[in-house]
Write a protein that binds this ligand. Structure first.
Ligand code: ZN
Length: 165
């Protein structure tokens, strides 16, 4: 049954993860509060290095994946800032210096750090907040199942931890 499937392209993996800094050990993110994540493999839904680590794994396995900055959230670039119109932000009135915000970029949504808020424009640091860090994902693989035809057509997982629509 599903427990015997190994993770591979066109299969959905459901997993808990803990993301920590490889050097300091600080916990940066965890799925324990929000519930497990789900991803359809083979459709560029995960960082390539993370996706590669899932290949051949079975439900119940735990494993760690260490990713260098370039494989994770990017190298940190100095002075990589931009002035953006407030219309690029979903909730411009809530913007405060130092907070993270999502903006719609050419390559999809990206997370930026707000530097300065003007009356119609916002200065942001385009580095991902976790850029420059070597990180470790601690994965607990809960389930591997075949993707539905609909999931394959959409290119993402549905249901718990996936897209809800
Ligand atoms: Zn969908």
């Amino acid at each position: 049954m599903t427990e015997t499937l190994a993770a591979a392209a066109d299969r959905v993996v459901r997993f808990h993860y803990l993301l920590r800094d490889a050097a300091g050990g600080d916990i940066l993110e965890s799925s324990r509060d929000a519930g497990p994540a789900a991803a359809l493999l083979g459709h560029a839904n995960l960082m390539p290095g993370l996706e590669a680590a899932f290949a051949g794994r079975m439900a119940g396995e735990r494993f760690d994946v260490e990713l260098a900055p370039a494989e994770a959230f990017g190298e940190r670039r100095e002075d990589w800032t931009q002035r953006l119109s407030k219309k690029h932000f979903a909730h411009p009135k809530r913007l405060r210096p130092g907070m993270r915000a999502n903006v719609q970029g050419e390559a999809g949504p990206r997370t930026v750090t707000v530097l300065k808020v003007g009356s119609s424009v916002v200065d942001v640091d385009l580095n991902h907040p976790l850029a420059g860090r070597t990180v470790v994902f601690e994965i607990e693989l809960l389930e591997v199942r075949e993707a539905t035809p609909e999931e394959r057509a959409h290119g993402h997982a549905h249901g718990t931890g996936g897209h809800q629509h």
